[in-house]
Design a protein around this ligand. Structure first.
Ligand code: PCA
Length: 217
């Protein structure tokens, strides 16, 4: 019997007074599907510094995925943002869903200052743009729960050969509509198509494009 290869795709619960989180909706849409011979296992993480890592760690141990992609919401972004780097720093602007608000704290004490995504980030941006989906490279996933999960994920999987990374998504239109004219948004279907294509690219491209991030077509 050949074991089915799995991708772990995570999103987050709503936070900061929102009723929804696009990352959770995209995870729900892709959960159970098949991508390039891999089953997509979807998981929604609590937006909590502590518990998110426990839930993620247990899922990695249980599913032994061959690739992990974490998703989160970034209200100011108008594009699907492929994150390049996670930093070893928590500096919360608002309390998480459990009330924790770490300031200037390392995620892994004594750990490296930063980790790079091990996904082909430029090929992912390029594939999305070619498909007509707004996408960009980002050099900061912030210092809140998303960067926390991203950093810990890269630390946990370093040296294992399992590739992993992070993608930030814009708000859903229903969220942006509450603050007219202030924030960009993107529909769920576009975001779902974009994440599916980003995953397909990550699974099929072994070596990233050798072009400057600034000149990606
Ligand atoms: N976005 C937050 C945490 C959860 C989420 O979806 C962030 O960017 O840190």
């Amino acid at each position: 019997m050949t074991l089915q290869r799995r991708i772990l795709l995570t999103g987050f619960e709503p936070f900061g007074g929102e009723a929804v989180n696009p990352s959770a909706d995209v995870v729900q849409a892709l959960h159970g599907g098949d991508l390039a011979g891999h089953e997509v296992v979807g998981l929604v993480l609590p937006c909590e510094f502590d518990r998110s890592l426990r839930v993620l760690g247990e899922a990695i141990a249980a599913h032994e995925p061959s690739l992990v992609l974490a998703l989160g919401q970034a209200a100011s972004r108008g594009e699907i943002s492929i994150e390049r780097v996670a930093i070893n720093l928590d500096d919360a602007r608002i309390a998480d869903n459990a009330g924790a608000e770490p300031i200037d704290a390392p995620i892994v004490p004594g750990g490296p200052a930063a980790y790079f995504s091990t996904l082909p980030v430029k090929a992912m941006v390029s594939a999305l743009r070619e498909a007509g989906l707004p996408a960009g490279l980002s050099c900061s996933a912030g210092t809140y729960v998303c960067n926390h999960v991203f950093y810990w994920l890269q630390h946990r999987l370093a040296g294992t050969g399992v590739r992993s990374g992070f993608v930030h998504l814009p708000l859903l239109p229903v969220q942006a509509a509450r603050r007219p004219g202030q924030l960009p948004s993107m529909g769920l279907q576009l975001m779902t198509n974009g994440v599916r294509l980003a995953l397909q690219t990550a699974l099929t491209v072994a070596t990233d494009l050798r072009v400057s991030g600034g000149s990606l077509g």
